[in-house]
Design a protein. Structure first.
Length: 168
């Protein structure tokens, strides 16, 4: 079973664009249901970023348990050393590395590395020295990474109108 770890930008773009709470609640219900089965989660540092928004998304995140927004454990802390070493030795500008090591992206990659998870993000790889991108870290560290649409297709998510008995 693949466990997916979701980046903050997936939640934010879902709320703002494709899956607004007001017109596609099934997306949010699907996330909660998949979390119950152990397939979808995120991390505490992402929750911290979402709480800063003080909006409907931060309210949604606030009622999710520690099972949804996972705390780092010893394995994650150990994996962070590998992620840090990778970032420091990959030709990024020192400011880019320093920024990366202070944001949720670093912890997300570390958690995925420690627990064999797939990172789900809207970021795409980029050949730049100015910003460490999640997909670049994942590729180099051997961590699976995909966009949310790939995850939804892979998991055969279906958001169907009406109450004709269709599952979300």
């Amino acid at each position: 079973m693949t466990a997916y770890l979701i980046d903050a930008n997936v939640f934010i773009q879902a709320k703002n664009l494709h899956y607004g709470f007001d017109f596609c609640p099934a997306f949010w219900d699907w996330l909660v249901e998949q979390n119950r089965t152990g397939k979808v989660a995120s991390i505490e540092k992402v929750a911290d970023e979402l709480h800063a928004g003080a909006d409907e998304l931060s309210s949604w995140a606030a009622v999710r348990s520690e099972r949804f927004f996972l705390r780092p454990d010893k394995a994650v802390v150990s994996a962070l050393h590998s992620v840090s070493d990778w970032a420091s030795g990959s030709g990024y500008q020192p400011a880019a590395v320093a920024t990366f090591l202070q944001v949720a992206d670093y912890w997300l990659v570390g958690h995925a590395l420690a627990h064999d998870c797939t990172v789900v993000t809207h970021e795409v790889p980029a050949d730049t020295e100015r910003k460490v991108k999640i997909p670049n870290a994942c590729i180099d560290l051997g961590v699976p990474c995909m966009n949310p649409y790939e995850m939804l297709r892979r998991e055969r998510a279906s958001f169907v109108l009406g109450s004709g008995g269709a599952a979300v």
